[in-house]
Ligand binder design. Sequence first.
Ligand code: HEC
Ligand code: HEC
Length: 209
Amino acid sequence: MKKMLPKALLLTSLVLGMSVSAFAADDKKKAPEVMSGASAKMLADTCTGCHGFDGNSKGPATPSIAGFSAEYLTEVMKAYKSGDASSTIMGRIMKGYSDEELAQVAEVYAKKKPVSAPGQKFDEALVKKGKKLHDKYCEKCHAEGGTSAEDDSGLLAGQWTPYLQATMADFAAGTREMPKKMKKKVKKLTKKEGADGMTALFSYYASQK
Ligand code: HEC
Ligand code: HEC
């Protein structure tokens, strides 16, 4: 069973790779970097069924991954693989990849352009408050309103709200480890604003185009 998983993934990536290349003409020019028989692009094509052709998912429980820093993507995928971060599906998928392959796939998605999740509903009245709270509690690490790909902390702006909600719940439950300093800020925010604080933040992130 252990040996079958990578093979199955390789097959999927081959099938997807063929269908995707028809759409992604600009990717064809570059010679693929060959790595253990599969190019970085082929490995990355395995993800498109869930994360979208350019890493911008159709959601809502599957996060968009385009434009995140390669460091962040690599770390989070390794955490799924080891079980340090809980997941519904990613843990199983990541077991089929070596750490080197994960780093390669991360490079592919780091170069894609992030697009905000389309058509999300949010509370307009809470957006302003959400921005204020973001600046006070989150901006230090999730810079430029949560849009900065320079950060190794993940993009928040335009991400699917259900994914953000589930992730904050995982952090709170300890099934994904929250960075210590972030924990402090979230604690402060919750103490001052209650659950409404997080709702305002989610509204702000969903409002960003
Ligand atoms: C079957 C659907 C599916 C496939 C295929 C898939 N993913 Fe995921 N991915 C998810 C879901 C769902 C999550 C949310 C965590 C979970 O519940 O597993 C996720 C989470 C992630 C995250 C975390 C994003 C964040 O904001 O922290 C990254 C990074 C990621 N996937 C990368 C990949 C890459 C790279 C591939 C291809 C090698 C891939 N995924 C293949 C469904 C998928
Ligand atoms: C001291 C720095 C710091 C602060 C302040 C901070 N974060 Fe984070 N945040 C991080 C880091 C680092 C990660 C990546 C953690 C990991 O690798 O699992 C992260 C990850 C996240 C994620 C998961 C992203 C994803 O794509 O899965 C969410 C959601 C998040 N933070 C929300 C917030 C919110 C909301 C605030 C403000 C209340 C905040 N953070 C404040 C450093 C910070």
